[in-house]
Design a protein around this ligand. Sequence first.
Ligand SMILES: [Zn+2]
Length: 292
Amino acid sequence: MKDKLYLIIILLFSLVLIYENSKNNRFLQNKHIVNVPHPLKTSKSEFPTLSPLPSSTPTPSLIPTATPLPGYCLHVPVLLYHHVQPKALAEDLGQIALNVDSQIFDRQMGYLFSQGYTTLSAKKLVAALRDHTSLPQKSIVITFDDGYKSVYDYAYPILQKYHFTGNLMISTGLIGGSQYLSWDQVKEMARNSLIDFTDHTWSHYAINNGTKDKIELEIKTGKQQLEEYTNQQIDIFTYPYGAFDDNAISILEELGFIGAFSTIPGFWQCDSFIMSLHRNRIGNYSLSEYGL
Ligand SMILES: [Zn+2]
């Protein structure tokens, strides 16, 4: 009698496990991306970390050089933007804290153009660090985090005007939200060789916390969706909130990622910290004030 009861308990437990497992598999193997739940519509408790960067666009200070610089290093500033749109519109939309006025952005790009900068894709920077090859003397990488619609409306035409390369760090689950890009806009920009993409998780999740399964799901879903919609190989990552630790880095490396961007400031990039490359938040000031 006791044995029978024991068997029944084991049987029930196995059934629950099989069910949970198949649920997870269905989610990961889901080819029809539209069925992936939308984090903007998911309960807050499950995705508590949706408002992007908490701090507002900073006033400029000369970007410090992080020391030491071990390994193979290249001087390549990486600029970090979120929204680019007219100041008045950003005020109306409550997006002023993360906004650079589109006219100021135009002047900033014009400055880089007149100073003879070469704009690079994130891929090119990572490849040069991995292969120990050189880059044009005044190389720079321009990045836009989260995938805001204002980047398509205002920054994208300005990049095209100067024939500049831009990199979009996209949280795929946010795509289609009212202030975010649509997948059609992502696809259109992906067809333009000037625009590149990196994985910024699915729900803008800070991958320095949570279970390994959750972290992997966030990274892999972002990668799969971006690869499907952009037809680009996605093997570079950008940390939401700039949050990372050794565990996050080893999971990324297990998943085949070869480079990642943090929010640690500095103009030098080295192969010794290729999984936490440096970036600099840019606000509404001339780029010379940031030391460029
Ligand atoms: Zn972000």
